[in-house]
Design a protein around this ligand. Structure first.
Ligand code: ADP
Ligand code: MG
Length: 692
């Protein structure tokens, strides 16, 4: 960054330490920060209006001579009333406080430009608290234009102690001192191709435009600034991806593997998306550098079999695969699937959790390579676990693991391929920003045999209807989930209501049924036991908080009721709904909305497409909320908005990738500037973003 841009804002003319402190609350500490503090809107003050042309309740810029000034005492305070006018009429100006500079500026005979919304009061025009400027200099009989009038004027968001005119004046200075330091780092050909103006022209025009920008339009100038933000991030992610690709990994050979046999042996035909994803993985595995791929696929889209097929490729070349799942139950589930599906292969699956991580024979078979597909929990990366030849690491529900945990497992091999899986669909633009350094595969298509889940919204007063639905299910020997959302801030309260609900259901509503309660405060083993028992039909009803989200597959559970669905994000509701509809039985999801039904819930009735729901969720709640607290690391753009500016983001990504293809290290002279921009701006952020 140039010295000028990184200069402390307090050194700008008219700022000083006191104002600097106020500015810091707005996130402005340097000149560069100020440049990125963009106007909230603009006011067109180019035309000076005559009083006779005033339209009441509209903004007007007037050039006035002060006729009289009156102070009106009200207790200890004094109001100021001024009558002023031009050659066509008069207007009254008023202020609640008659402070001295005001009285001076509006002394009788002074010439002043005022700006504000004109009202009609008792048959005369009035302006209260207008913005104004005392005119001292004239040019050819007209007042000399300033930054406050006679032009399109920027309006910034104000805070206490920070007034419009102060900010505007400061911005005028900021632009003046920084323009020469604003060098264009965007390669000339990219700027030309997208017809983007220079950075210098853009900052000037965004703060002090010549024409009044259309409120509903992102101007070329703004686009230029946003594009750079996106472009720099995408380049950073691209560079990071390249670094990952320098990491060696074994070149696996899918031709010699039993992949075709394995696929043929499956009890079902792979969906088109499963096949496509597998092809992409296969291609990655057959190169001698490390795969870094994220598979996104809705709940039930069939990611497990893709994981196992990848393990078959690794196994065919004599390498072990580790599959890590966030809970013991999920690991067990995967293990059982693996036992079944790998039967016809010569690969030996093994389950490794905390229960057997200490067992010597088990550890020996991993170390000696007798076990080929090792499925487990966090136990997998414990110290005592040594692999024979680890070639592929698969992380299921990747967002449940930290980067360190993932890396700890990767360290168990000498250069491994990494495959991550997630059931949370992430809209494209967000995926670009979060996972731009990974290759993405998407399984959108569901297996053909899937029976749709019927979703309905019930009002609180229709609760009896829910209970009769539940009764019907139980009579058929099916099972039911009832979910109470848990929000971190009010965890205690929610826990209480989940517990209360559980008590009421047990004592009053379903006294003859067996009901269990599951919540996040329980120990992992306790939770696992309850879920296992539920799966084994020990319980008919499971009352749970949202801990159930990443849970067990219980095909016999056919109804899920979700209380207070308005408290949850759409994506989360969709995840919860995915707990049912896992077998051959018709399933349903009932949302018990509190008082009124919010429109946003209706999409749940309409759609079962996790990606569509995710898009809507992102649109409604914005990226921060969408990602929730668990997943941070979203780069904060100062101007760009990944939803509003999705097109620019796509362009930026394409251009960044193309540029890196032409000049992988950004070492050509014409790319030096952009390279240093990337290095400066994303130094820490890129570290933090590591792998998502
Ligand atoms: P998820 O993507 O949520 O991990 P799973 O891998 O658990 O999904 O698959 C859900 C169910 O769908 C499993 O019972 C699996 O056997 C089955 N399945 C997977 N692929 C297919 C397919 N192509 N056709 C039919 N059923 C499939
Ligand atoms: Mg899964």
């Amino acid at each position: 960054m140039s010295d000028v841009l990184s200069t402390d804002i307090q050194f700008i003319k008219g700022v000083g330490p006191k104002l600097a402190q106020v500015l810091s609350k707005k996130g402005i500490s340097t000149i560069e920060d100020a440049l990125y503090f963009l106007p909230r809107t603009y006011e067109d003050r180019r035309r000076i209006l005559k009083i006779r042309d005033i339209v009441p309740n509209q903004n007007a810029t007037l050039l006035l001579t002060v006729f009289s000034q009156k102070e009106i005492r009200m207790g200890r305070k004094a109001r100021l009333e001024v009558v002023a006018g031009d050659d066509t009429g008069r207007i009254q100006l008023s202020w609640f406080h008659a402070y001295p500079t005001l009285k001076e500026d509006f002394a009788v005979g002074n010439t002043v430009v005022v700006f504000g919304e004109v009202k009609v009061f008792r048959n005369s025009f009035t302006l209260s608290h207008p913005e104004y400027e005392k005119i001292q200099e004239f040019h050819e009989g007209k007042p000399k234009a300033s930054i406050h009038f006679g032009r399109v004027v920027p309006v910034y968001s104000e805070t206490e102690g920070l007034h419009q005119k102060t900010i505007r004046k400061m911005m005028g200075e900021v632009i003046k001192v920084s323009l020469n330091s604003l060098e264009d780092s965007l390669p000339e050909n990219i700027r030309g191709k997208l017809e983007l103006p220079t950075l210098r022209a853009s900052f000037r025009a965004v703060h002090f435009p010549d024409e009044c920008p259309n409120e509903n339009e992102i101007s070329k100038f703004l686009q230029r600034i946003i594009f750079e933000e996106f472009f720099v991030l995408q380049l950073g992610l691209g560079l990071k991806k390249q670094r990952q690709q320098l990491e060696q990994a074994p070149r696996l050979d899918s031709a010699h593997s039993k992949l075709t046999d394995f696929i043929r042996s499956l009890p079902f035909k792979l969906t088109g998306d499963q096949e496509k994803t597998l092809k992409e993985i296969e291609k990655d595995l057959c190169r001698n550098f490390s795969m870094s791929r994220l598979v996104q696929g809705d709940v039930g889209s069939g990611k497990t079999v893709v994981a196992l097929a990848s393990a078959v490729i690794a196994g065919g070349s004599g390498y072990q695969t580790a599959i890590m799942a966030p809970t013991e139950l999920l690991a067990q589930q995967h293990f059982r699937t693996a036992q079944k599906l790998l039967e016809g292969t010569n690969l030996v699956p093994m389950l490794l959790t905390h229960s057997n991580a200490g067992v010597k024979e088990d550890r020996d078979s991993i170390r000696e390579g007798k076990a080929h597909v090792i499925i487990g929990t966090h136990a997998l990366f414990q110290k005592g676990v040594v692999f024979h030849r680890l070639g592929l690491v698969i992380v299921d529900e990747q967002h449940r693991f930290g980067v360190e945990q993932r890396n700890a497992l990767i360290q168990k091999g000498e250069g491994v391929h990494l495959l991550m899986m997630t059931a949370t669909p992430i809209p494209r633009t967000l995926a670009f920003t979060l996972y731009g350094d990974l290759d993405l595969s998407i399984i959108r298509e569901k297996p053909a045999n899937r029976i749709p889940i019927k979703t309905s919204i019930l009002r609180e007063r229709e609760r009896p209807k829910l209970y009769s639905k539940i009764r019907e299910r139980l009579q058929k020997g099916e099972q039911v989930y009832i979910i109470y959302p848990l929000i971190e801030a009010s965890e205690k309260l929610d826990l209480k209501s989940a517990t209360e609900m559980y008590e009421t259901l047990k004592k009053e509503i379903f006294p003859t049924q067996s009901i269990a309660l599951l919540h996040g405060k329980m120990k992992a083993e306790e939770k696992d036991k309850i879920l296992m028992d539920f799966k084994n039909k020990v319980y008919d009803i499971l009352v749970a908080t949202t801990v159930i989200e990443v849970g067990i597959d219980v095909p016999n559970a056919t109804l899920i009721a979700i209380e207070h669905p308005e408290r949850l994000g759409l994506s989360q509701l969709h995840q919860l709904r995915g707990r049912v509809g896992r077998g051959s039985l018709h399933s349903e999801c009932v949302l018990v909305a509190d008082v009124y039904v919010t429109e946003r819930l209706r999409i749940m009735e309409r759609s079962e497409d996790g990606f569509e729901i995710a898009e809507e969720d992102l649109r409604l709640r914005g990226p921060g909320e969408f990602l929730g607290t668990r997943q941070s690391g979203l780069p904060g753009f100062r101007v760009g908005h990944i939803l509003r500016d999705a097109d620019l983001l796509s362009y930026a990504r394409d251009e960044a990738l193309q540029l890196l293809e032409r000049d992988p290290n950004l070492s050509l002279p014409e790319n030096k500037k952009v390279r240093s921009l990337v290095e400066n701006r994303w130094k820490e952020k890129l570290e933090r973003l590591k792998g998502g």
